[in-house]
Write a protein that binds this ligand. Structure first.
Ligand code: G
Ligand code: MN
Length: 393
């Protein structure tokens, strides 16, 4: 007897049967409804462990279905299927936060069977956006010349990922994330090339690109959102960063208090008088300072207390495992207490499903960032995403 049960609500028979096929292979018992009433009746009678709901059905209001499930105190894992950039998605995400529903993932069309398999198998870290997945360099060798060429040929693009207030669902701002759209090797993450830029001295030019693009992007949408940018600790060895940041803000009339500079906790780098002075100076100028990937590095209490940080960013490795690991939950809870006692804002990255967002909020974490809300997107996609999000809230 299988204990895994999946109830599908989809008016598209073809998609439903593809989902069904995958689920049956994983030993699921599956039922399929094409009508809302029938779905609710079956849900009540059957109490499935999983449900899959198509958000875009002409004759059924998917959001109303979610609300009905919430009223029934639904504990099932919910998989949403929807077209990429669906206007309905934000409302479904907000509804999940409001009503504490367990949306374990979102299946974008075109439908990828292996993603569904991972979701059904409750895989702890699912890349829900594989069509756009980011992969590290494999055989690509990166050196000063290839980086220079990438800059010249404008292959370096800034992507944006929203940061959401977990209590209100409001967008606080975006983190700018550098991506190398390599013509042969696909999208390369900063991990693959930043260390080269740091060694060759190209890092400052890269940071400037990100800052200038990021400011222009944020300025073009509204005047309250924040911009988070990643700063290499290597840039804290001299005043050039300060000059560049000041000039960029002046040039675009951007208030430094809307810029959050994210620094990873690398003890040796931050632990110098010089870095301390530069950070102090940046803070005096109004820039906010965030300690990135908190929990994975070496920052000591003394550093946290002495350096003028304004925000603590919990690393995704804890967030992505919090559902199944009490250790991760304990690390998150104590980190949040520490942040509160030091008066720091708190943000968690790697929020991949609604339970993580709800759990973080319960522990007092104010902001969240992750695939549950949106993957890093190019400028155009970010604009569309923001429009949908704000329209639905
Ligand atoms: O610099 P920082 O560690 O803040 O960068 C965040 C990185 O994490 C980005 O490269 C981004 O693509 C990735 N990321 C963002 N959200 C998620 C998520 O929900 N899951 C996973 N696995 N990675 C994420
Ligand atoms: Mn970051």
């Amino acid at each position: 007897m299988s204990t895994n049960t999946l109830l599908i609500l989809d008016d598209d028979d073809q998609l439903a049967s593809m989902i069904m096929e995958e689920a049956i292979q994983l030993d699921f018992e599956v039922k399929h409804c094409t009508d809302g009433r029938q779905f609710m009746d079956t849900f009540i009678a059957w109490k499935p462990s999983h449900v899959a709901i198509d958000l875009v059905m002409p004759s059924i209001d998917g959001i109303e279905i979610l609300k009905m499930l919430a009223r029934l105190d639904c504990r099932s894992s919910i998989i949403l299927t929807s077209g990429i950039g669906s206007a309905m998605l934000p409302l479904a995400q907000i509804t999940a936060l409001e009503h504490e529903l367990n949306i374990c993932g979102i299946l974008h069309q075109p439908f990828l069977p292996h993603l569904l398999q991972k979701l059904l198998a409750n895989h702890p870290s699912v890349d829900l956006h594989a069509p756009h997945s980011e992969h590290a360099a494999s055989t690509l060798t990166i050196d000063q010349a290839s980086l220079e060429q990438a800059i010249a040929q404008q292959q370096l693009k800034v992507f944006y990922q929203p940061q959401i207030e977990l209590f209100t669902g409001e967008v606080m701002g975006f983190e700018a994330l550098l991506r190398w759209q390599h013509p042969q090797y696909g999208i390369q993450l900063p991990e693959a090339f930043i260390h080269v830029a740091e060694q060759t001295g190209q890092i400052e030019a890269l940071t400037e690109c990100v800052i200038v693009a990021g400011i222009q992007f944020i300025q073009s949408i509204n005047n309250t959102l924040t911009l988070s940018v990643n700063i290499s600790a290597k840039s804290l060895h001299n005043d050039r960063l300060i000059v560049m940041l000041e000039q960029a803000c002046q040039r675009f009339a951007f208030d430094p208090s809307r810029m959050i500079l994210e620094l990873t906790e690398t003890a040796t780098m931050l632990d110098t008088r010089q870095a301390e002075q530069i950070l102090g100076h940046l803070r005096e100028l109004g820039f906010k300072l965030s300690i990135d990937d908190f929990g994975t590095g070496y920052s000591s209490m003394a550093q946290l207390a002495n350096l003028p940080f304004t925000e603590l960013k919990i690393d995704k490795s804890f967030v992505m495992t919090m559902e199944n690991s009490s250790k991760s939950r304990k690390v998150i809870a104590s980190t949040l207490k520490l942040a509160e006692s030091l008066g720091l804002e708190t943000i968690a990255e790697g929020v991949e499903n609604s339970l993580a967002a709800i759990g973080l909020r319960e522990l007092g974490c104010r902001y969240g960032q992750g695939y549950f809300f949106a993957r890093p997107m190019d400028e155009t996609a970010s604009r569309v995403w923001l429009m949908h999000w704000n329209n639905q809230r």
